[in-house]
Design a protein around this ligand. Structure first.
Ligand code: CMP
Length: 144
């Protein structure tokens, strides 16, 4: 059977960057067999955070989420693996770090439902949109 090699977008969020957890998180991601195709550290503007999280615009937590995501740099990665989208969601754990399963990134390195250390795309379709939001075609050229 042919493997379903997928790409997903990962964000290491400001809480984890400020706590100096990015190396540990990347180590865990690689140890689970994800290949990091592209990666960079950036600081989002409010407009950029609002556009990225546009789907949550009407939620009560939207303005807090934008403030949080712009409060410090983030690190964004394109991860490649068989069934990368679902596989990374399992590795991240539940959205609320207090409810996340043992051994997951959000349990290990997050604090609560907002400051939850990482983001991952929720579908292959959204992964494509989210990857294009952060990376150009040139940055995505496979170098292996
Ligand atoms: P993420 O997976 O990046 O998707 C949307 C983000 O909004 C989520 O992680 C959390 O950081 C945040 N979020 C989701 N639900 C809530 C909530 N109920 N209250 C506060 N923040 C939330």
């Amino acid at each position: 059977m042919t493997k379903n090699i997928e790409r997903t977008l990962s964000i290491i969020k400001p809480d984890a960057i400020k706590a100096n957890y990015s190396g540990k998180i990347i180590d865990l991601i690689e140890s689970k067999g994800f290949f990091i195709l592209a990666q960079k550290r950036i600081t989002l503007s409010a407009i950029e955070a609002e556009v990225f999280y546009n789907i949550h615009r009407d939620k009560s937590f939207f303005s807090d989420l934008v403030s949080f995501m712009t409060s410090a740099p983030i690190s964004v990665q394109v991860l490649e693996k068989e069934n990368a989208v679902n596989s990374y969601r399992l590795l991240m754990g539940a959205t609320d770090s207090n409810l996340a399963e043992e051994g997951t990134i959000r349990k290990l390195y997050g604090s609560n439902i907002q400051n939850n250390a990482v983001h991952g795309s929720d579908s292959p379709e959204n992964a494509e949109v989210e990857i294009k939001f952060f990376f150009s075609g040139l940055e995505l050229l496979s170098k292996t």
